[in-house]
Design a protein around this ligand. Structure first.
Ligand code: SF4
Ligand code: SF4
Length: 170
């Protein structure tokens, strides 16, 4: 199934299932590849024909993905995640690409953008868009995608106090 316009989405919340970190190949920009290999060595990445990719473990999951005791999966790179990871499962485009132009149209500070979501993600709830999706989640994804924002809150798995305890231990 292809990407779906945001107007069909009620809300999105990352549940930390880690499926995206197992099922997809993460393409790295040259600078991301450089920074990651400088810190962790070239063995954590993979070179394709014209692209660099994040490396994978034998089970197919990303080399930086690990499990925490409450069953969720966490990214070992956190704030240094590649941009492809930071914006997934959303696609922010200047032109409509996957159809449904009217439903994908999103006005961000007077700029017309086209926002889609990958229905593969189990964190999607379908239905009329919630105010949080319109005013918090999508704007944050746009800001992350355009480089205006580094820190993520609404566009990533949210830390509960219990989860934060686990996180600090790892
Ligand atoms: S973004 Fe979606 S697929 Fe990836 S961990 Fe979160 S809920 Fe799971
Ligand atoms: S870098 Fe992090 S977010 Fe990206 S695929 Fe690997 S574990 Fe998942």
């Amino acid at each position: 199934m292809g990407f779906v316009p945001w107007r069909y989405v009620n809300s999105w919340y990352c549940n930390g299932c880690g499926l995206c970190c197992r099922e997809f190949e993460v393409v790295l920009t040259f600078n991301e590849w450089l920074n990651i290999t400088k810190t962790y060595g070239a063995g954590v990445t993979r070179a394709g024909l014209n692209k660099f990719y994040m490396g994978k473990k034998s089970d197919g999951s990303c080399i930086f993905l690990y499990a925490v005791p409450d069953g969720r999966r966490l990214c070992g790179l956190q704030n240094n995640k590649p941009i492809a990871c930071k914006v997934w499962p959303f696609k922010i485009l200047n032109k409509p690409k996957y159809g449904g132009a009217n439903e994908a149209l999103f006005n961000y500070n007077g700029q017309n953008l086209f926002v889609y979501i990958d229905p593969f993600c189990p964190g999607i709830r379908w239905g009329p868009p919630s105010t949080e999706l319109i005013y918090k989640v999508i704007p944050e994804f746009i800001e992350v995608a355009s480089g205006l924002r580094q820190k993520q809150f609404y566009s990533t798995m949210r830390m509960t106090p219990r989860f934060y305890m686990f996180y600090k231990k790892y």
